[in-house]
Design a protein around this ligand. Structure first.
Ligand SMILES: [Mg+2]
Length: 433
């Protein structure tokens, strides 16, 4: 069977959507601050260093991604650009809201990053999928205030490309379907922009005359397997419309809690990374306990700074299904550190890490695992005292030992917006007179 035949066969079988929040951090800053609507907004990296998110108006001013704030200070002042430090508590909370909204609209999804999710739309006709995508966009905007762009295509790799296309053409939804249309788009997509093709492969492919995504989809299968391993071959097949990558979330995620941070200083050593991941896991656990829920799955992710083109790049995540749904800090820290150890590689400078817990179930519904019930009982009492102490004396007064004390990964935040949704003292006040 040729790739073309396979594509036709597959096209009726699979359909994926990639939902990506537009200018996510900048959009979050706007939700509770309507005065910022139609105004340029930028969000700075940790330590208020570089621009990491821009509203459309800020992009129109020519502010580039990754530019150091001090270099454009006069431009920022001249145009009255609203400048914010990264407020990850706010972004994490909005991420959870967006993901929960998506989870309620489709039977299965995969949380891919803080502001992206893959949805499985298999079984829906192209017209139906387009209408559903429009409805998803409207619902997310209404429930959370966050605008999203959606790419729909027969494979995850093509859905990523469809999403880029939507963004480029400033369309909310882009459906990529039909051999001719896909071919045309692939011919216009540089191979380096294909999901999963890193800088190294990109340089290597270009040197061999494989310039566009289309060229890669036409490259001989044997050659691709030899030069780029089976991972590269999967990418090639996916470009041909043959779905090789399934959703990584088998269990439908009903809700999610995400805790992630960029580090004040990039971290290469495993120690500070473990402390950070452990801290994120305890923060997720505390949020779970506050909501009287327990998590079924956990995802841990780490990545290097994509803007440092002079440094080797690495990004991985690991999804762990927990033996029993839990909100126990000790168990969640243990799982998170295990996941981190599985994906951590030395020789890279990590910029960001995070923990996302998904598949939330009510605490009371959790079936106790017979073999761990004694331990679980002890832990529960410990967690209750931990929460009580931290409630009385402030967050992070009592910690799990893995969280450490060096805090090398901490960040500087001088222009932080309020924790509108996560801190009682920062709640908005509305006066009615
Ligand atoms: Mg985005």
């Amino acid at each position: 069977m040729s790739s073309g035949d396979a594509r036709k066969k597959n096209a009726v079988e699979k359909l994926f959507a990639l939902v990506d929040c537009n200018n996510f951090y900048a959009s979050c800053e706007r939700v509770f601050n309507p005065a910022l609507r139609h105004k340029p907004v930028v969000v700075l990296s940790n330590n208020d260093g570089c621009v990491i998110a821009r509203s459309e108006e800020a992009k129109a001013l020519g502010i580039r991604m990754g530019v150091p704030a001090f270099e454009i200070e006069s431009l920022l002042t001249a145009h009255g650009v609203a400048v914010f430090s990264s407020n990850y508590a706010l972004y994490g909370d909005f991420s959870s809201r967006v993901m929960a909204t998506l989870a309620a609209l489709v039977p299965s999804m995969e949380i891919y990053s803080i502001d992206e999710a893959f949805l499985d739309l298999t079984g829906i006709s192209p017209e139906g999928a387009e209408a559903l995508a429009q409805r998803i966009r409207k619902t997310v905007l209404k429930h959370t205030g966050i605008p999203v762009g959606i790419g729909v295509a027969p494979t995850k790799t093509l859905a990523k490309i469809a999403n880029h296309l939507a963004k480029k053409n400033k369309m909310p939804v882009c459906l990529l379907k039909g051999e001719e249309e896909i071919t045309e788009v692939l011919q216009q997509t540089p191979v380096g922009e294909v999901w999963g093709i890193g800088r190294q492969y990109s340089a290597k492919l270009t040197a061999r005359g494989i310039i566009t995504a289309y060229d890669l989809s036409r490259a001989p299968e044997e050659w691709v397997r030899r030069e780029m391993t089976v991972t590269g071959l999967r990418t090639r097949q996916e470009l041909c419309g043959i779905s090789c990558l399934a959703l990584e979330e088998a269990v439908p995620a009903r809700q999610a809690i995400c805790t992630s941070r960029s580090f004040g200083k990039p971290q290469g050593e495993p120690g500070p990374l473990e402390e950070a991941i452990a801290t994120f896991a305890t923060m997720c656990a505390a949020k779970l306990r506050r909501g009287k829920s327990a998590a079924t799955q956990m995802m841990v992710f780490i990545h290097t700074n994509a803007f440092r083109t002079d440094q080797p790049q690495y990004a991985r995540n690991r999804v762990i299904t927990l033996a029993t749904p839990t909100n126990d800090s000790i168990l969640l820290v243990k799982a998170a550190v295990e996941a981190l150890r599985a994906i951590y590689r030395p020789g890279y400078l990590y910029k960001k890490a995070g923990v996302i817990v998904t598949g939330l179930v009510p605490e009371g519904e959790v079936q106790q695992d017979l073999f761990s019930s004694a331990e679980t009982g002890k832990h529960r009492k410990l967690m209750e005292s931990l929460d009580e102490v931290n409630r009385r004396y402030g967050r992070q007064t009592l910690q799990v030992a893995t969280q450490g004390t060096t805090r090398k990964w901490r960040l500087r935040q001088e222009k932080l917006s309020p924790g509108y949704t996560t801190r009682w003292s920062d709640l908005m006040e509305i006066r009615l007179t």
